[in-house]
Ligand binder design. Structure first.
Ligand code: ADP
Ligand code: C5P
Ligand code: MG
Length: 215
């Protein structure tokens, strides 16, 4: 009797650990704060997969036959946030593809998401049960530094939004729509803030300290 109960407990334990829930860190900060740069460093040092919502949208924009290409192009140039139905499907598919290829890859850095209320609602509707959000990694950086970094990046990025006109709109979107989301997570005690105005190495030293502590 006792033997069979313990057998059942163990088999349940193994089943649960087999189907690992994705562990997610949301990475937020203004345009040019260094989210992508720091995510690359994290991937080199920790077992995380980096998914940038902006990169996924640019890929979808370029995909032949995409029904959303034109819409995405307009939103990006205008610095507006694409309706979440599009973005969440790209994120969900990227997470599923990653885990299907390698079941050990269940930790994700989701960079540039959720950027507004609509993004957050979409996450809660589609992913809330399916993934655990551990915390928000917030790269805090003044607007002037952000703009200058993006203008510098614009010399070689080929991005349609690394110009002064788009950047002013992107900063407005960040202040009006994204900051409130960060504040919301702050109230839940889920934000880990890094001063991102310093050098890449200095910023990464703080990131490391956070990840070493949080696991
Ligand atoms: P984000 O993904 O937040 O928009 P990126 O990581 O693409 O930002 O960085 C924007 C630009 O600034 C890039 O050209 C990058 O090389 C540069 N950059 C990133 N972090 C720093 C830093 N700490 N100091 C100076 N330049 C940086
Ligand atoms: O993060 P990144 O700078 O690559 O984002 C570029 C643009 O992609 C944003 O300004 C926005 O137009 C779009 N985007 C979005 N929704 C997200 C992330 C990015 O619409 N969650
Ligand atoms: Mg980026």
């Amino acid at each position: 009797m006792i033997g069979s109960v313990s057998q059942r407990v163990w088999s349940l334990f193994y089943r649960v650990s087999e189907i690992m829930k994705p562990q997610v860190v949301f990475v937020l900060g203004g345009p040019g704060a260094g989210k992508g740069t720091q995510c690359t460093r994290i991937v080199e040092n920790y077992s995380y997969t980096h998914l940038s919502a902006g990169d996924l949208l640019r890929e979808e924009r370029a995909r032949e036959g995409s029904e959303f290409g034109q819409l995405i192009a307009t939103y990006i140039k205008e610095g507006k946030i694409v309706p979440v139905e599009i973005t969440i499907n790209l994120l969900k598919k990227a997470m599923e593809d990653t885990m299907q290829k390698d079941e050990k890859k269940f930790r994700f850095l989701i960079d540039g998401f959720p950027r507004n209320e609509n993004n957050l609602e979409g996450w809660n509707t589609v992913m809330d049960e399916k993934a655990d959000v551990k915390f928000v990694l917030f790269f805090d950086c003044g607007n002037e530094v952000c703009i200058n970094r993006c203008l510098e990046r614009g010399k070689s990025s080929g991005r349609t939004d690394d110009n002064r006109e788009s950047l002013e709109k992107r900063i407005q979107t960040y202040l009006q729509s994204t900051r409130p989301i960060i504040e919301l997570y702050e109230k839940l005690g889920k934000v880990r803030t890094v001063d991102a105005s310093r050098s890449v190495d200095e910023v990464f030293a703080d990131v490391k300290a956070i990840l070493d502590k949080e696991g």
